[in-house]
Ligand binder design. Structure first.
Ligand code: UD1
Length: 428
């Protein structure tokens, strides 16, 4: 199993191109199931989660071609063309779905287009129970009959889905996406309330509009969708990854130095910029993205609670914790989205961090230095928090189980070593 070896203590200087957003690309790929015409996505990141989903889609009959190599110098990553001329299977099997929760998104489009689906209950990161009850309740409201059997969701809607009024009891990114896609091909109008406003959800909505869907209220908590008989193909560019952007902002904050993040969009991390600024990190827009710098003065602790967008993202909580391990003063970090998302804390403590966890809140008392240690990546975002900690630590950190990292961070060791980090992948 590959490991990442980091020798800490180097400042980061230069520029990094931000990749296309994984969490936007995944639902956009699933949208290819809604039409028999080609859907081309530009700026698709090269990640194992993307290949996993491609495998599931191929099993359903989607033909795919990839062009471009996604190298750093390429302006807009890879282009992926998908065409679901005919859906040849409506089954998404356990062996594939268990590896990634986002694969459950195929349920809505399959039922909408083929009036039936058999989709395994998902797996994914071990950061809580993460049920799919909201996805199912929404699809039921739209007329699907659902049965859970042998770890699978069996769904059918013999006459097709119909419009519905569905109020999400709490915000769910995936369920919002699933229902938006299903509603685009349902008969009549669907009103979804308390919809997720994450930029990736809105991005999916814009792609559906380009495919001919009739949607109002994108980017707000209430979205109205008038179903159409058929959708068409389109070309769509995936938005830049705000989680990758935030991760590199925090990496520079931790090591010191100055980076320009090419393609980064400040408007997608509006809760993150003032927080880091208040801690003493300089962030400013440039004509190519964002510049982040920390020279000289050290940064201070923060108080933060993760919330649905536009609040502070849970997907940056682990990275922020790694940064705050060496802040001046104490931070309180409260996680409200997932119940088991502090698994990075014990690993950071192995590096000398002073963290205590009570219920949903981590108290992080800043120490002067972290020390390198062998650590284990436990989930996608936790794994990158250990990279940040390793970059700032004294000595060598070896991160095991980096397959988590490869799910969500494109060429991370290449990008970081190009800006001065001493980081490499050890095969085996
Ligand atoms: C997406 C992101 C993930 C991010 C999360 C929250 C993708 C591919 N993944 O995950 O990186 O951390 O949003 O911003 O976009 N829940 C239920 N029942 C449901 C659905 C969700 O109880 O039917 C719960 C979950 O267990 C979790 C919370 O709702 O506690 C939020 O989950 P959700 O927003 O659905 O996250 P995902 O779409 O899985």
């Amino acid at each position: 199993m590959d490991r990442i070896q980091v020798r800490g203590g180097r400042r980061l200087n230069g520029e990094i191109r931000v990749s296309g957003a994984k969490n936007a690309a995944l639902p956009l790929m699933v949208a290819s199931l809604l039409t028999d015409e080609p859907l081309t996505l530009v700026n698709v990141p090269h990640l194992t989660d993307i290949s996993q989903l491609a495998e599931i889609l191929a099993g359903l009959g989607v033909e795919m071609t990839m062009s471009g190599n996604g190298h750093a110098e390429a302006e807009l990553g890879r282009a992926l063309t998908m065409q679901a001329r005919k859906i040849t299977s409506t089954v998404a099997p356990y062996e594939l779905v268990r590896k990634m929760r986002a694969s459950f998104l195929v349920a809505g489009p399959l039922i909408a287009r083929c009036h039936k689906a058999k989709v395994s209950l998902p797996g994914g990161c071990a950061i809580g129970t993460r049920p799919v009850d909201l996805h199912l309740k929404g699809l039921e409201a739209m007329g699907a009959r659902i049965e859970l059997k042998d770890g699978y969701v069996y769904a059918e809607a013999p006459g097709g889905l119909h419009g519905a009024h569905f109020v999400f009891p709490f915000v769910s990114v995936g369920a919002s996406e699933n229902l938006m896609m299903a509603a685009s091909l349902a008969k009549g109008t669907t009103t979804l309330e308390n919809v997720a406003m994450e930029p990736e959800v809105t991005d999916l909505g814009h792609c559906l509009l380009a495919m001919g869907a009739k949607i109002e209220g994108l980017g707000t908590r209430t979205v109205r969708i008038e179903g159409v008989d058929r959708l068409k193909g389109t070309n769509y560019t995936v938005l830049p990854d705000r989680i990758e952007t935030g991760t590199y902002l925090m990496a520079v904050a931790a090591t010191g130095g100055e980076l320009e993040l090419i393609g980064a969009r400040g408007d997608t991390i509006e809760s993150v910029i003032p927080l880091l600024t208040s801690a003493g990190v300089h962030i400013a827009p440039t004509n190519r993205g964002l510049k982040v710098a920390r020279n000289g003065a050290h940064y201070t602790g923060v108080e933060v609670t993760t919330e649905p967008y536009p609040g502070f993202p849970t997907d940056l909580q682990a990275q922020l914790m790694a940064l705050m391990c060496t802040a001046n003063g104490t931070s309180h970090i409260t996680e409200t989205i997932f119940e088991n998302r502090f698994m990075h804390a014990p690993e950071l403590m192995r590096m000398g961090a002073d963290i205590t966890i009570e219920h949903q809140t981590a108290t992080v008392r800043g120490v002067e230095k972290l020390r390198g240690a062998p650590v284990m990546a436990t989930d996608l975002r936790a794994s990158v928090s250990l990279v940040i900690a390793g970059l700032a630590a004294e000595g060598e950190t070896v991160i095991n189980r980096v397959y988590h990292l490869d799910r969500g961070f494109e060429r991370i060791e290449e990008k970081l070593s190009a800006v001065g980090a001493d980081i490499r992948r050890v095969k085996g």
